[in-house]
Design a protein. Structure first.
Length: 518
């Protein structure tokens, strides 16, 4: 949830409140057809036009793009996305055979024509604008930090699979980012199952419960190919939880190098070492556009129409696409999107609220009716292990994304946070800012202090619903939360009582060089 820390992504307008969501045809979702041609296409090409002929590839009538995928591998800037069709216009939109490649980010196209050259079906055409228009367009794209023309499917449509995929045990795994809140729980649960674990993290973790001869700890990060290679060598499964998460102290180029280049490195090492299973930790922020409420959103939610401005969301979208498009007969990949995660070692969710409260800057926004989904870190880790068991080349889990949530019914974010603040003895101010007033103040705050945490995005994010359904994970991964909400509350509170870093004003115990990277 970037609302606490984030630079606002694009928001609808500068009025006092956002415009109400407009219903769009087709159940509110548009389908990216793969062709950018419209009835009003001008004679002079001003934008790169990439067309995929679906009579030759995909949709169950041409070549199966999952078996080919040459364009996906040939395209260096990763313009294409492999996904199932989502359109209500299809005869059977849930038919799992209907896969296609879509030129998701035409604004990134360099015009190299490599995809055209490698396509055995001659299904792709790329038309680039003449130099004058192209230069202007690229300048605009660079200024806007990238944009796409249509909302694109972020994951894939729910398909007909009704039973969990058969599980295949594994005896060893690498956990990249194993000292973070989620990575630590994956390590702990894997060791409890008798699985050999090798951890790669920038931080050392002095925890006697992890002193186990089957647990090997390496210092390093995913930008270092040799370190990733050492961590993954000989392992059956790789859990990729490492990321640069939002922190004002983190330079923007770190997000690119960790979240995008780092994941490229991990994928390259997996291919090089012949590793067949990669479980990637994504985030709900890849589908949040900061404009519309999300109510029981599922995996067919589209990515935002425009790439977000904030570097965290933008690079996590790119990373998720990289991982999903890397799914192949040699390397099976899937992505899990834990909803608002909390638990011990949480530096960015509850930890931030505690920090705000310590500074006397905590204040409720809205009317208290907006609802949010949460997941306890041990439950999210459990879902990762279940996904790894069911992920192998050819399994129905390969190439899919899954939301993961608790059994706890969605509730108001401030009520949730205050349930921890009160027992920790934090004074909670009585007042609250109504939504409209908060939005207007956020407009002013953004003008006076660009980059402030109190911005329109944070106001919208805390005052409208953001709830998600994990029905697909329950159905296909056989996911059930390990820890019930009461026990999760008790364990989290016990941790914060013991490690209430906020009491001495110390936000986290990591060295400065590690800040923002888990
Ligand atoms: S022309 Fe080059 S950059 Fe553009 S989509 Fe094809 S391979 Fe990618
Ligand atoms: S290279 Fe051609 S046939 Fe192969 S997946 Fe891409 S569009 Fe389809």
């Amino acid at each position: 949830m970037l609302w606490m820390w984030g630079v606002p992504p694009r928001l609808p307008h500068w009025g006092l409140v956002p415009r109400p969501p407009r219903p769009s045809p087709g159940g509110g979702r548009k389908v990216l057809t793969g062709s950018l041609r419209t009835a009003h296409t001008p004679t002079v090409i001003r934008r790169t036009r990439i067309t995929v002929d679906y009579t030759r590839c995909g949709d169950g009538v041409g070549v199966d793009p999952r078996a080919c995928g040459l364009c996906l591998r040939a395209c260096e800037p990763a313009v294409f996305l492999l996904h199932q069709t989502l359109g209500a216009h299809e005869d059977d939109p849930l038919d799992p055979r209907k896969w296609r490649v879509t030129p998701l980010w035409p604004s990134l196209c360099t015009g190299c024509q490599e995809c055209v050259r490698v396509c055995p079906q001659g299904a792709i055409t790329v038309k680039v604008p003449r130099a004058r228009h192209r230069t202007r367009r690229l300048q605009t794209a660079a200024a806007k930090r990238g944009a796409c023309s249509d909302p694109a499917p972020s994951g894939s449509a729910p398909h007909k699979q009704s039973a969990p995929a058969p599980a295949r045990d594994f005896r060893s795994c690498a956990v990249l980012g194993g000292a973070g809140m989620l990575g630590y729980e994956i390590v702990r649960q894997a060791l409890a199952r008798g699985i050999k674990v090798r951890v790669l993290d920038m931080a050392a973790l002095e925890d006697p419960t992890l002193e186990d001869p089957r647990c090997e700890w390496l210092r390093g990060d995913i930008r270092d190919t040799d370190a990733v290679r050492r961590a993954c060598e000989g392992m059956e499964v790789v859990f990729q939880t490492a990321a640069a998460v939002w922190d004002p102290a983190t330079p923007s180029d770190v997000y690119e190098s960790v979240n995008v280049d780092g994941n490229r490195t991990v994928l390259a090492v997996c291919r090089e070492l012949g590793i067949q299973r990669l479980v990637y930790t994504s985030t709900i922020d890849v589908v949040v556009d900061g404009r519309r409420p999300i109510q029981q959103g599922d995996e067919s939610l589209p990515y935002p129409r425009r790439l977000p401005r904030d570097p965290y969301s933008r690079t996590k979208i790119q990373a998720e696409q990289l991982v999903l498009t890397a799914n192949s007969p040699e390397l099976a990949t899937c992505a899990l999107r834990p909803v608002g995660m909390y638990g011990p070692r949480d530096r960015y969710h509850l930890g931030n609220v505690l920090e705000l409260a310590r500074q006397g800057r905590y204040l409720r926004l809205g009317d208290g009716k907006a609802r949010f989904s949460h997941v306890y870190s041990e439950n999210a880790a459990h879902a990762h292990l279940l996904a790894a068991e069911r992920l192998y080349p050819g399994s129905p889990v390969a190439g899919q994304v899954y939301f993961v949530a608790d059994d706890l019914p969605p509730g108001n974010l401030f009520d949730f946070m205050e349930s921890y603040l009160r027992p920790l003895g934090v004074r909670i101010p009585r007042g609250r800012l109504p939504y409209r007033l908060a939005y207007a103040l956020a407009c002013v705050a953004e003008l006076l202090a660009p980059g402030t945490k109190f911005n329109r995005f944070s106001v919208v994010q805390t005052c409208i619903d953001h709830t998600y359904s994990d029905a697909r994970a329950r159905r296909e991964l056989d996911y059930r939360p390990l820890v019930d909400p009461e026990e999760a509350f008790r364990r989290t509170l016990a941790y914060w009582h013991e490690h209430s870093l906020w009491h001495n004003g110390q936000r986290n115990a990591r060295p400065d060089s590690d800040r923002g990277i888990t």
